[in-house]
Ligand binder design. Structure first.
Ligand code: FE2
Length: 362
């Protein structure tokens, strides 16, 4: 049964709980290229927390740190470490969407309320999704001030790496919970299943996962949900769930229109990316066919390529951006393809095994 879709227009912002937002802002500016554009904290009327608003293209990220130890956000950090606490959706009508979502089985996190200042008012509420992540519903049509009440402009120019927007947000959940959460997105928010991958498609001899991609009605929000599958070794999804102490956001994919330029800059700025063996590129042409990019350039920057019926995509994953093996980022450029790079899981592992074989260790 398909629930009617809630009129969610796009991702308003993503909020990360971090241990030290002042320092994290420096990293997101100088490594990832975001501009810092605003701030909310004790000085601006937000007594308990400091929040730094970062923007690159249409992607808004809020980095928030609790100032007092009894703040529930401090509990989140203790449990999960730095990570995504809120994927906020811009909606037309907070009250009706909230009532519909809760009526269809969502657990309420925050009942609808209004935040006002001299520039107008903002209506918001929140529901729980997997783990300790929430979806805020937010509407600021009646607000003329900067971003949201309590925020003040505080501009510090970042490096600008050409990242344009959120492409997709991936959640990791426990074994046998993928269908539960895929159904939740379908029933509660009226999302549709866009794609699905079983463990035969996303597996190697050693590690496996299953994934379902849920998408909003207007296709502007895509949220793959992964669960671990049995392999010879521990699934990377299982590792995440253990270190995160439960489900959570595994990676945020940021879209660029020139991945070669974006990655060149990010390497220079010290971002750590996944190591891709040179042997991955031995088989690339056979696997994906003709592409516009020079393979020697892709090899130098470790860009991964995958193809589907509609075209191809170029992508690369950062290493986790904190010391726990939890949240990481993806940089993605699409040349027609609508997929998420499922073919790379196997291609990458086989490349690693070819290198191992060359060293006589397989
Ligand atoms: Fe991804």
């Amino acid at each position: 049964m398909h629930a009617p879709p809630l009129p969610i227009s796009h991702i308003h912002h993503v909020e990360l709980a971090v241990g030290n937002a002042k320092q994290a802002s420096y990293y997101y500016r100088n490594a990832f290229g975001f501009d810092q554009v605003g701030y909310a904290g004790p000085e601006t009327g937000q007594r308990n927390r400091a929040s730094y608003l970062l923007r690159q293209g249409n992607a808004h990220i809020i980095l928030t740190t609790p100032i007092y130890k009894d703040d529930p956000l401090a509990g989140f950090l203790n449990e999960h470490g730095d990570g995504v606490i809120d994927i906020a959706f811009r909606v037309d009508n907070v009250d009706s969407d909230h009532v519909s979502a809760v009526g269809r089985g969502a657990k309420e996190a925050v009942a609808p309320f209004t935040v006002k200042d001299k520039h107008g008012e903002v209506r918001r509420s929140a529901i729980h999704t997997y783990g300790d992540v929430v979806h805020t519903f937010i509407n600021s049509d009646e607000y003329d001030g900067f971003f949201l009440p309590n925020f003040e402009p505080w501009k510090i120019q970042g490096r600008n790496n050409g990242l344009r927007a959120f492409d997709h947000m991936v959640g990791n959940v426990e074994d046998r919970q993928m269908d539960v959460w895929a159904n939740w997105y379908q029933q509660v928010l009226g999302f549709q299943q866009f794609l699905s991958f079983d463990d035969k498609q996303i597996s190697t001899a050693h590690s496996a996962l299953r994934s379902k991609v849920m998408a909003s009605d207007n296709m502007r929000i895509k949220m793959p949900i992964n669960e671990p599958a049995d392999g010879l070794k521990k699934s990377q999804i299982q590792e995440y769930v253990e270190f995160n102490n439960g489900p959570g956001v595994q990676h945020i994919a940021l879209y660029t229109e020139d991945i070669i330029d974006t990655l060149s800059t990010m390497y220079e700025q010290g971002v750590d990316f996944l190591e891709v063996p040179d042997s991955y590129y031995d088989e690339l042409q056979d696997r994906v066919g003709v592409i516009q990019e020079d393979i020697s350039v892709l090899k130098k920057l470790k860009v991964l390529v995958d193809r589907d019926e509609k075209g191809y995509l170029l992508q690369l994953f950062t290493k986790p951006v904190e010391d726990r093996p939890t949240l990481f980022y993806e940089v993605i450029q699409r040349r027609g393809a609508e997929g998420f790079g499922a073919g790379n899981f196997k291609a990458l592992f086989e490349a690693i095994e070819r290198e191992q074989a060359r060293r006589g260790n397989l």
